[in-house]
Design a protein around this ligand. Structure first.
Ligand code: COA
Length: 376
């Protein structure tokens, strides 16, 4: 076989948890929690010692974010006002862990779509915002469950984990160190979301995606050439999660709300939109692609308004749902998986020669662009 050392996206896979929570269900449970809290603290509120909690609203959520529902691993416990957190039973060490389980399901779909036998895959990258444990790596467990010989490791760049994973996989192919690499993104974001925080309780959903990056020589005929990838990071505290292995060394603050996802959403919106738009336009110039000719943008799925602005700046006009598809309405923000879900669900109608962009952005800050072209 003559290797080309040209990386392509050979196939993708998606696992969607069957349970879904609508905004109406979420707000009903949140407002019940608020009513119970305010009743339990009525005296202190009456004395002015603490502020009452404010209710959430479906109208606000849809208008501010574009989110209408989210898939989750465990709906009942999240909606229980006494729990407001997923309950996922710990498994024995000889059982497949939940994060690996959903990652394997997405990966199997990608392998099947590419007609690739696991034994012919060289590497697995588990690229996601949260790992279930520090070690052994989730990627190695996924590798073992799929029956892949080779190597695997975990990587975390928050919402940009999948695009950073695609560039890493593409670089292995370019360098000849691997011919077939799975980038798996199991995102159980319901575990890091503070479901009691009015500002963010509606944001996230659970899912798993997989992207198979391969040398063009072995990829199925119908694939996506990777024309170029560009990554950027700029430090910011505006999206932060202080959960970590040293929390137990400061037990007095180990359960504080900053050990879950927190953000200054408005600042993120204002700072990230220009950063992402500029990076995309710089990349189109470097790759000599006319941005107005891009057939489709598969953007990170965090906020419909952000995507509208970015798409407008890149395409030069207001994008419609065909040019910049959304999955945010039914999946919510699924962190690194969002742009991959959009690509997975909305690429089959494109024709040979069509050029598009997969783009992620989020905590770090981190931005990743992957320009792709469908083969003729
Ligand atoms: N229900 C009703 N009202 C709410 C509410 C809720 N759940 N949450 C907040 N509000 C209120 C606020 O109290 C505020 O009221 P005020 O104007 O009286 O002070 C008002 O709504 C606006 O709040 P704000 O936080 O400024 O909303 P926003 O328009 O910035 O939207 C986000 C919030 C989070 C949806 C939006 O900022 C966002 O998506 N940002 C980008 C985040 C992102 O990309 N993050 C990446 C994460 S991976």
């Amino acid at each position: 076989m003559n290797w080309t050392n040209r990386p392509v996206i050979a196939a993708t896979g998606l696992y969607t948890p069957p349970e879904s929570i609508s905004n109406a269900e979420l707000v009903e449970s949140f407002n019940e929690y608020v009513a119970r809290y305010n009743e339990a603290h009525a005296d202190a509120i009456g004395m002015g010692d603490i502020d009452p909690l404010q209710p959430s609203s479906v109208e606000f959520i849809e208008k501010a974010s574009g989110i209408k529902a989210r898939h989750v691993i465990d709906k009942a416990s999240i909606l229980d006002p006494e729990i407001m957190c997923p309950r996922i039973a710990e498994r024995d060490n000889d059982q497949l862990s939940i994060m690996a389980e959903i990652g394997v399901k997405a990966a199997q779909q990608a392998l099947e779509a590419a007609g690739r036998a696991p034994v012919d895959v060289d590497a697995v990258l588990c690229a996601a915002s949260n790992m279930q444990r520090p070690y052994p790596a989730m990627a190695i467990e996924i590798q073992q469950a799929l029956g892949i010989d080779g190597f695997g490791f975990d990587m975390n760049v928050a919402c940009s984990s999948a695009t950073f994973g695609i560039q890493t996989a593409a670089d292995y192919v370019r360098a000849g160190n691997a011919r077939s690499v799975l980038v798996v993104s199991p995102e159980i974001t319901s575990g890091h979301l503070n479901w009691r925080d009015r500002d963010s309780h509606f944001i996230f959903g659970d899912v798993a995606t997989a992207v198979l990056v391969e040398d063009a020589a072995i990829a199925p005929e119908n694939h996506w050439e990777i024309l170029g990838t560009k990554l950027k990071t700029v430090f910011s505290n505006n999206i932060r999660n202080n959960f970590g292995f040293l929390n137990r060394a400061a037990p007095e603050t180990a359960s504080d709300p900053d050990k879950l996802f927190v953000q200054e959403g408005c600042k993120v919106f204002k700072e990230v939109v220009p950063m992402v738009s500029a990076l995309i336009l710089q990349e189109t110039e470097r790759l000599q692609i006319d941005p107005h000719s891009l057939r489709r943008l598969w953007l990170h799925q965090a906020n419909a308004g952000m995507n509208r602005l970015i798409a407008h700046r890149v395409l030069g006009h207001e994008a419609d749902g065909d040019e910049s598809p959304t999955v945010l309405d039914t999946y919510a923000n699924t962190s690194s998986a969002g742009s991959i879900i959009a690509f997975h669900k909305h690429n089959s109608d494109l024709v040979g020669g069509d050029t598009g962009l997969i783009c992620s952005f989020g905590a770090g800050y981190s931005v990743g662009t992957v320009f792709v072209r469908k083969t003729d």
